[in-house]
Design a protein around this ligand. Sequence first.
Ligand code: FUC
Length: 793
Amino acid sequence: MNIKYILVILASIGSLFGEELSVWFDQPAPTKYKKSWLQESDDVTNKRNPDKHWENLAQPLGNGHIGAMFYGGISEERVQFNEKTVWEGGPHVPGYTDGNRKNSYKHLKKIRELFFAGKNSEAEALSKKHLTGDYTSSDKYFGKYQTFGEIYIATGLNEQDIKNYRRKIDLERGLGIVTFSQSGVNYRREYFCSYPDNVLVLRFSADKPFSQNLKLSMDSPHQPKFRDYKDGFSMEGELKNNKMAIASHFRVIVNGGKYSVSNGVITASAATEVIFIMSADTDYVAKAPLYRGENPIKNSANWSENAKNKGFRKLYTRHVADYQKLFSRVSLKLEGGSSRSQLPIDQRRAKYKRNRDDAGLEALYFQYGRYLLICSSRAGSLPGNLQGIWCNELTPAWCSDYHLNINLQMNYWPAETTNLAECHIPLIDYIDMLRVLGAVTAKNYFNARGWVTNLRSNAYGSTGPNNSGLMFWSYFPISAAWLCSHVWQHYEFSGDKDYLKNKAYPIIKSQAQFLEDFLVKLPSGELSSAPSWSPEHGPISQGTYQDIFCTNELFNSAIKASLVLNVDAQERRNWIKIREQLIKPKVGQHGQLQEWIEDIDDPNDKHRHINHLYALYPSNQISPLTTPKLAKAARTTLEQRGDGATGWSMGWKINFWARLHDGDRAHKLFGNLLSNGTYDNLFDKHAPFQIDGNFGGTAGVAEMLLQSQTGTIHLLPALPAAWKSGAVKGLRAKNGFEVSLIWEEGQLKSARIISKLGKPCKLFYNGTNTEFKTTRGKPYDFKVINGKLKLTL
Ligand code: FUC
């Protein structure tokens, strides 16, 4: 095959193979549970969604600020929507406390002494008393993420004789589209959430002029008050718990017809085309200590008015350009089994569950994860929470909060590797924000410098070990070091030294200072994190290996960053010394990698958190190439834990197996996730809906095709037999490389590496290393001849 031809293929994967990239249904989602908030229970743990159709069948749109779920109804369209900052809790709740127990550090010495004297149960009792926080699971000060409201658009149509119904997410353009015909008229709706114009746009049209008779109204559980305008209405509301002000505007553009507005209802009659524009905002500002800004009514009015002035075409073009700039960087074609894109997604998934033979569906799932990240995480707002941005409740499961013991981090695993680094920014800004209360928690609990977080957080930067008396769902001070790995990773991929100096290093350095003060010398002379709790697993321990691996990684990044910036030589020497003294990983009695310093792992334990394998993924401290003994032990642990679990846990396991270079096993886990941990609309199922698994799965696919965690770019490290042939364009590797690959019959055929930074490149394929110098901006094309990479000029 000549190289030019290969490049043409690379540039046009997707359209060349003629498969439309969309998630589609052939029926509307039932709207039986309208006003979901009236149906729910107020238990935030182990709860089910009050609207099973919302989480299973409705479809998501979003721009990082506004999220929406549409049902595609014929006689009535229903669109549930969110604004990312609608959060109860925080400093404006009367009597607010930040959840920290004051001066807890005074008990720390005693707790540690009891531990070292072998009095574990006494140490545990004291820890529960002093090292947990003031909040309980759904505390009014901690708060919860909330739905904003629902939009209803009555169409005047009946449900009879509907033909050619389709509703879909068009992943290539970031659109929701509903089409159907009735009595010879073809109806078409297009929906999108625009990031550049910050509005939700809903366009209704048909091929018969003057056939649109629509009535739009909305409702919200937050004390809505409506005010009519000439071309629409506004809604102002307030959260009862913290008096957060929320506002929204609805405006209409009507072509070829008439409209009127009355009491918060927009009526369009005998129109050819109707466009509704919705904006939403709150008075939340992501800034401690008050987290409050201006009344949101002005912003909301301006966004909707500016958008209306632009008109549909311009809004559409600006949205598609913005969306495609991110989305189209990566394309993926997987060939294997049959691709059943001609089936609606629910039927397609049902077939997949039985046969596991639709590689096209697997590629779609990957791209859908990238779509979800673009929709739920854009600069200027909070990071994606447990449900991304989509939430139809007032008491969502786990408050739809930020769990810092895997879930928030997992949301961002695909950000760098699948070429969506911009979507990483909200997380990095959020981590920066956590430092404010984080310093208070560090002082109160450990009398330490720097800052710390624990198991969960919220929109108000909560950092204490929330949840009174429950170590397993509160205490996890190493979560801050884990978060910092994202701050560092963003530099490793981009090589942006200004970012490193001004944003990343101050965060990382202050975390290193925290750890310097926090770590404790065991009687053996080694450094550990006692008392320690392996997230949601326990028991209390003198040292858990997730703590140690995260700590090690944090010091690695602090050391490297200070070298790049040529600062803090003395601190660096100290960090190197500390790193050497950390307890070392151990292989236990069952051949497993030990989760705890104590050899107490149970080979029959199937727990979903495999915390210590953090060293394998997302970190890179264990690998079959560099630490084969530990890799073997990690494998034993994975075998013992099994291939089941909840959605996100299977997402994690895909990545583990990919890092062990076992493509078939990673693929098996991917199949398990798609079959047992996924709803029909491809949302991840914990259950209930929890978005992390989508991102774990998406990251896992990238990890099977390309790895660069060591700085060497490993091509096709875990290609499963099921993906016989395929092509991927635009995956990202550390040190500023973009990689495209084509393989046939399980063998790499060609590769293109684009060097964005001009750094030397190291490739690894089929057991052989290839190194070469690069020039910034240049592409390097390789063919594979006799199993070896050959540079073609
Ligand atoms: C993880 C899980 C829990 C739950 C929570 C939101 O930490 O272990 O079961 O999914 O996230």
